[in-house]
Design a protein around this ligand. Structure first.
Ligand code: SAH
Ligand code: SF4
Length: 368
C-alpha cells in the first residue's frame, strides 16, 4: 500500500469505470454510480462517494485509486474578484486556472449580455473559468508569457477536468443553476493535445454537466486539428488567435505562421462547418505600433470578408521579458471602430486579474 502508485479515476469514461466495477466483483450499475460520483458530485476522495458500498470504496482505495482532483498549491485573488489557482498534479507539475466571476463579457459572450445582470446572487451567478491544456507551451508566441516556460508536457483528460472541479468545488457551484463558461485559453495549445482535450470536453459535458455551448477553445492555428475539430459531431465553439493582418507581422510575433500562414489558416476557417447562428471568434492581441494601426484594422477586416465571425480585441497584458508595449485605450477604441465600420462585430476584452498576473498571456508560474 505504502509504495503503491496512485491512479486518478477522473478522466476515465463510463465504460472504463464499469470495467473497474466489474473487476471489483460489483454489479454493472456500480460503474454508472462511480461515474456520477466523480463527475456529477465532483468527489475529492473516494470515501466521499457514499452512494457506493463500503466494500467497493475500500477495494478502490486498496488498489491505489484516487479521485484525481489536483491539489490547490496556491491561490491569488485579484481586486476585480478573479482568482488564479495553481493546480498541482501528482508528479509535482502545476498549471494555472483562472476563475472570473460574472463572466468576462468580451471572452465567451458577444457583448450583448452586458447590463442584464440579475441582482439575486447564487442561482444567477455567472462565471468563466480559464483552463490550461498543457504544462507550458511549445508554440513560442513572442508576446505570451506562457511561451517562456517552453513545453513541459501534455495534461491528461483527467488533469484538464480536475482543474475545473477544483475551482467549481471551491465556489460550491451548482452547474445546473449557475451559468459557467469554460474557455480553453490558459497555459498551452489545446490543439497540440487534441485527444486529451476532446476527451475532457466530452466528460465535462456528459458527466460534469457543462453544456458544450458554454465552452470555447482557442487555438493559435494548428490547421489539421481545426479540420478534425470541424468533423466532431459534438464540440465547443472555436476561437482563432490571429493577432496580425499580414504574414510579415504574424510570422514575427507568431513563428508558427511559417508553417501555416494566414491564407492557409483562413482557408481552414472558411471550410469549418459552423452551426446555425454560430460564429468563429478571432482574437487579436494589440501590440503598440506593431499591429494596432488603422491600416492594420482595415487589412484585418478585409481578411475576414465572407467569414461569419466576431473579433475579440485584447490590449497586450505586459509582463517581464515581453518586449512589446500596450497600446493606449484610445488606439484600441479606434481599431475597434474601424472594424465595426467595415461590418465586423468587435469587442474589447476587459483584462481580468492584471494585478495577480492572471490576465491573458500572463500565466507564468514564476511570475509572483
Ligand atoms: N494557445 C491558445 C490558447 C491560450 S492563449 C492560443 O494561443 O489561442 C489565449 C489567448 O491569450 C490567445 O488569444 C493569445 O493570443 C492571448 N495572449 C497571449 N499572450 C497575451 C498577452 N501578453 N496579452 C494579451 N493576450 C495574450
Ligand atoms: Fe502558446 Fe497560446 Fe501563448 Fe501562443 S499565445 S505561446 S499558442 S499559449
Amino acid at each position: 500500500m505504502l509504495h503503491q502508485i496512485q491512479s486518478g479515476l477522473l478522466g476515465l469514461s463510463l465504460q472504463q469505470l464499469s470495467v473497474i466495477a466489474e473487476e471489483a466483483g460489483q454489479p454493472g450499475y456500480r460503474g454508472r454510480q462511480l461515474f456520477e460520483a466523480l463527475y456529477g458530485q465532483r468527489i475529492c476522495t473516494i470515501s466521499d462517494a457514499t452512494a457506493l458500498p463500503k466494500n467497493f470504496r475500500e477495494w478502490l482505495i486498496e488498489r491505489g485509486y484516487v479521485a484525481g482532483i489536483p491539489a490547490e498549491e496556491k491561490r491569488f485573488t485579484s481586486i476585480d474578484g478573479s482568482e488564479r489557482f495553481l493546480a498541482k498534479f501528482s508528479d509535482g507539475q502545476s498549471v494555472e486556472t483562472v476563475w472570473m466571476p460574472e463572466g468576462d463579457l468580451g471572452e465567451a459572450g458577444d457583448g450583448s449580455e452586458a447590463g442584464e445582470e440579475e441582482i439575486s446572487p447564487r442561482s444567477h451567478r455567472r462565471a468563466t473559468i480559464c483552463v490550461s491544456s498543457q504544462v507550458g507551451c511549445a508554440v513560442n508566441c513572442q508576446f505570451c508569457m506562457t511561451a517562456l516556460l517552453g513545453i513541459e508536457r501534455n495534461l491528461t483528460a483527467g488533469e484538464i477536468i480536475g482543474q475545473i472541479h477544483l475551482v467549481l468545488n471551491r465556489h460550491r457551484v451548482d452547474v445546473e443553476k449557475e451559468r459557467i463558461n469554460l474557455v480553453f485559453m490558459g497555459q498551452g495549445e489545446p490543439f497540440l493535445n487534441y485527444d486529451n482535450f476532446m476527451e475532457a470536453v466530452r466528460l465535462l459535458h456528459e458527466g460534469t454537466g457543462i453544456p458544450l455551448s458554454r465552452m470555447t477553445v482557442s487555438t493559435s492555428g494548428i490547421v489539421p486539428r481545426i479540420d478534425d475539430f470541424g468533423r466532431e459531431a459534438q464540440r465547443p465553439k472555436l476561437a482563432i488567435s490571429l493577432n496580425a493582418s499580414n504574414d510579415e507581422v504574424r510570422t514575427r510575433i507568431m513563428p508558427l505562421n511559417k508553417k501555416w500562414n494566414i491564407a492557409t489558416l483562413l482557408d481552414a476557417v472558411r471550410r469549418f462547418p459552423l452551426k446555425t447562428r454560430e460564429r468563429v471568434t478571432f482574437e487579436y492581441v494589440l501590440l503598440d505600433q506593431v499591429n494596432d494601426s488603422q491600416a492594420d484594422a482595415r487589412e484585418f477586416a478585409e481578411l475576414l470578408t465572407g467569414i461569419r465571425c466576431k473579433v475579440n480585441l485584447i490590449a497586450l497584458n505586459p509582463g517581464p521579458e515581453i518586449l512589446f508595449g500596450t497600446p493606449s485605450a484610445r488606439n484600441v477604441a479606434t481599431f475597434k471602430a474601424v472594424l465595426e465600420r467595415a461590418g465586423v462585430p468587435a469587442y474589447i476584452r476587459r483584462p481580468r486579474g492584471r494585478d495577480i498576473y492572471a490576465a491573458c498571456g500572463q500565466l507564468k508560474k514564476s511570475a509572483l
